[in-house]
Design a protein around this ligand. Structure first.
Ligand code: ATP
Ligand code: ATP
Ligand code: MG
Ligand code: MG
Ligand code: MG
Ligand code: MG
Ligand code: MG
Length: 299
């Protein structure tokens, strides 16, 4: 690139390994929190599921999708998130280390940056870290099976953890006793314990806990309050009080609550530009329905 780089030392570049991801394949980066069992304890996470922590993870994943190139979707649960890069991506000439390290560092810095938005009464006690790996999937079937595998993992762990923590929190068992009680039990047995002992229908547990979080790109319209409604601040005042812009889906705008410009009663809102944003869903991605509803993802 410059004259200085062309030195007699330049040959050491040839020691760099080629980690180009195979052409035309789906590239997945999976990040996982390092030692989050301890991190959850130290930061008083609610057991078995801390919604603040899950929401923060999703905020970080949305940042990764927005800041990096070519991510078509993401799936997250517990302390992990998987990012799927489009088949034809040529970002960093498909070098695995670039995909992985950009994702991991963007995610980790976002986790710290947004911490206070989610944990208002809990200080961040030490800097968290995330490991990363890259896996290349050669077909639509294998990438779908990869995502199904992660969602099945979410289900199995969450069913176990839901009963495990009920036994501890409600029946006052020790962790060792709860573990012993659950040894060798099948899914049906766990559902039965939840229902008969705690009157819990597992299927009514929050979808975010049962299904994890799917992030896909959706076209959103940016809704901005009318300029005339905003009181002009003094130059010395901070602009913090200004109402934040909110995003509403096109579908929502078309529905009766929010009307597009022109039809707006009382001039409540002004619709500005359309933006594509990563939107969170907590739906099943194991069956065909999701893929039939979103054929563009694996185009
Ligand atoms: P490693 O460094 O090998 O990944 P780990 O302690 O992070 O070790 P994991 O298998 O990744 O082990 O499990 C993550 C752990 O973090 C879970 O078992 C759980 O205890 C905790 N955890 C993560 N997210 C949450 C959450 N939202 N609510 C409650 N606990 C959580
Ligand atoms: P890439 O994402 O490809 O690495 P880049 O913009 O980071 O793009 P680099 O070749 O890594 O490109 O160069 C880093 C640039 O950051 C430098 O060219 C310089 O402009 C700026 N920079 C980094 N550190 C300093 C510093 N301490 N003081 C001033 N400028 C700096
Ligand atoms: Mg540099
Ligand atoms: Mg692990
Ligand atoms: Mg972990
Ligand atoms: Mg994990
Ligand atoms: Mg640089």
């Amino acid at each position: 690139r410059n004259v200085m780089a062309k030195s007699k030392f330049e040959y050491v570049r040839d020691f760099e390994a080629d980690d180009t991801c195979l052409a035309h394949c789906w590239v997945v980066v999976r990040l996982d929190g390092r030692n989050f069992h301890r991190f959850a304890e130290k930061h008083n996470f609610t057991k078995p599921n801390d919604s603040r922590a899950l929401d923060l993870m999703t905020r970080c994943a949305q940042t990764v999708m927005t800041e990096l190139e070519d991510i078509v979707m993401a799936y997250g649960q517990s302390d992990e998130y998987s990012f799927v890069f489009k088949r034809k991506s040529n970002w960093f000439r498909r070098r695995a280390s670039k995909f992985m390290t950009n994702a991991a560092s963007q995610f980790a810095s976002s986790y710290v940056f947004y911490w206070k938005d989610y944990f208002k009464d809990q200080d961040l006690l030490y800097p968290p870290a995330f490991d990363g790996r890259v896996v290349v999937y050669p077909s639509n079937q294998t990438i779908k099976d990869y995502l199904s595998w992660r969602q099945a993992d979410c289900h199995v762990n969450n069913l176990y953890n839901t009963v495990f923590w009920m036994l501890i929190q409600r029946s006052k068992l020790t962790p060792a006793q709860a573990q012993e009680r659950l040894r060798g039990t099948l899914a049906a047995d766990k559902n039965e314990i939840l229902f008969s002992e705690y009157n819990i229908n597992y299927n009514n547990e929050p979808p975010m806990f049962r299904k994890g979080t799917v992030l896909i790109w959706k076209k959103m319209r940016k809704i901005k309050p009318l300029r005339s409604e905003i009181i002009c601040p003094k130059a010395s005042e901070k602009l913090d009080f200004l109402p934040k812009c909110s995003y509403k889906s096109i579908k929502e705008i078309k529905s009766k609550e929010i009307k597009p410009p022109g039809e707006t009663e009382g001039k409540q809102v002004e619709v500005t530009r359309i933006r594509t944003k990563p939107v969170a869903l907590h739906c099943d991605i194991i069956g065909d329905t999701f893929w039939k509803e979103h054929p563009e993802i694996l185009e």
